[in-house]
Design a protein around this ligand. Structure first.
Ligand code: CA
Length: 437
């Protein structure tokens, strides 16, 4: 089975010159979607596609009427303040629009003159949430993260026995998810020191980030109908970068027996751009389960999932403190990892989430869970990097961190590389910690 088509061809170049520059996140092989408008205007937000350092304004493209059939239906739907309707159309429409955009943006396209008027510099725009997220579920798919966090919370029993059978998740809070640029006040809540008899109340002292991917559902399913693993990815519109901010001291006190609650629902931040599942085809890899581990139950098993169910999406996280900003110093890189290490695939998450008949709606989002790699340096949270707050991390300017301080800005980036294909990127997701109110 091949997921590759003409839109992935490494030899394609665009008449938008910046899309052909080495190292750009947005070559013509990517074509991710966002919702944007020109900065400092009252324009309506509408759909856009990244190409080089520009945004292709889908309102202008839709009104030009240069596409036909499914591609025109799709671009009309994407000319909206949220992309839910476009996402609900399904794979045939997403794919038709991707092909039409790829051809229209190629060097020599007959549509160059029309679409040259549809470009806005990314430097001149602001973004909104790309869609309305009705429901958000956070998974826990990195066995390395689960094991090292488990060791900190339960030294005698780090990885619970269900982990290798069940794609573990919990229902998160959608209302506090915002787009990159989010700034939020340090949360307050109950915490209990290990040696204290009673809990105390106050600002979180162990504020952390989580390096995750967000996975957007496109076409939903009817309540009561499960999505089989073979068809699971037909429902997955695309991926974004996702910072699932976490208050570790609140979490440690509240998480048993029903899981995280106020330690997670005060803020989460997504990148503006959604990279489509189709754009990620060249970076798929085999998924395997070690022979000594339990093999997945039948509803979580498929040939396609074994052959190409994993995605090698590389990610890193950087920290910019207030002092660095004042001194105009660059952010310090804290770690780097890849989604290819995930214990469960996206198809398995979708199949598991719906196996009981739970319904997805277009725009629902899944968090991948913190993507820590096998090595300590590849950890996707400060909780792990600082070994539970025992070892400070020294930053490039000499400052130290165990957890986040007020004024800290966390920046996450993502990109994909594969032999024979162009590099594509996700842009970044950024968020800043403000003092407690
Ligand atoms: Ca999380």
């Amino acid at each position: 089975m091949s997921f590759i088509n003409e839109t992935h061809d490494i030899n394609l170049t665009s008449w938008v010159a910046s899309a052909n520059q080495a190292g750009t996140d947005f070559p013509i092989q990517n074509l991710p979607f966002a919702v944007f408008r020109r900065k400092d205007t009252n324009e309506e937000f509408r759909g856009g596609v990244a190409i080089g350092d520009q945004v292709l304004d889908l309102a202008v493209v839709a009104q030009a009427g240069i596409f036909s059939g499914e591609a025109q239906v799709a671009v009309d739907a994407a000319n909206a303040q949220v992309l839910n309707e476009f996402m609900s159309l399904g794979q045939a429409y997403w794919s038709a629009l991707r092909l039409a955009l790829s051809r229209a943006l190629r060097e020599g396209s007959e549509h160059q003159a029309t679409l040259a008027n549809a470009l806005v510099a990314q430097a001149d725009v602001e973004y909104a949430m790309p869609c309305h997220i009705g429901d958000y579920t956070d998974f826990y798919t990195s066995v390395y993260h689960a094991t090292s966090v488990g060791k900190l919370f339960r030294p005698d029993n780090p990885l619970l026995p269900n982990y290798k059978w069940v794609p573990i998740g919990y229902h998160g809070r959608a209302s506090s998810i915002d787009v990159s640029g989010q700034a939020f006040h340090r949360p307050k809540g109950q915490t209990k020191a290990p040696d204290a008899d009673t809990p105390s109340f106050g600002p979180c002292k162990r504020l952390d980030y989580e390096l995750e991917l967000g996975i957007y559902l496109g076409k939903g399913n009817e309540l009561g109908e499960q999505i089989a693993i073979e068809n699971a990815e037909d429902h997955v519109f695309g991926f974004c970068l996702f910072n699932d901010w976490s208050a570790r001291d609140l979490q440690a006190w509240e998480y048993q027996p029903l899981g995280p609650f106020l330690s997670k629902n005060f803020a989460s931040t997504v990148s503006p751009w959604i990279v489509t599942t189709e754009a990620l085809a060249p970076y798929r890899t085999q998924w395997h389960r070690d022979a000594q581990d339990p093999q997945p139950m039948a509803y979580l098993e498929s040939t396609r999932n074994r052959e190409a169910g994993a995605f090698d999406i590389q990610m890193d996280v950087l920290l910019e403190t207030e002092k660095m900003r004042e001194a105009q110093q660059p952010a310090t890189k804290l770690s780097e990892s890849s989604f290819k290490h995930s214990y469960w695939t996206v198809a398995q998450m979708v199949a598991h989430h719906t196996v009981n008949g739970c319904n997805f709606q277009p725009g629902d989002m899944l968090g991948s869970g913190t993507q820590s790699g096998p090595e300590h340096e590849e950890a996707g949270s400060l909780l792990e990097l600082s070994r539970g707050g025992k070892e400070a991390i020294t930053l490039a300017n000499g400052e130290e961190r165990k957890f986040l301080e007020d004024g800290d800005k966390v920046i996450m980036r993502g990109w994909c590389e594969a032999d024979g294909f162009n590099r594509i990127g996700f842009g970044s997701v950024e968020g800043t910690v403000l003092p407690a109110k």
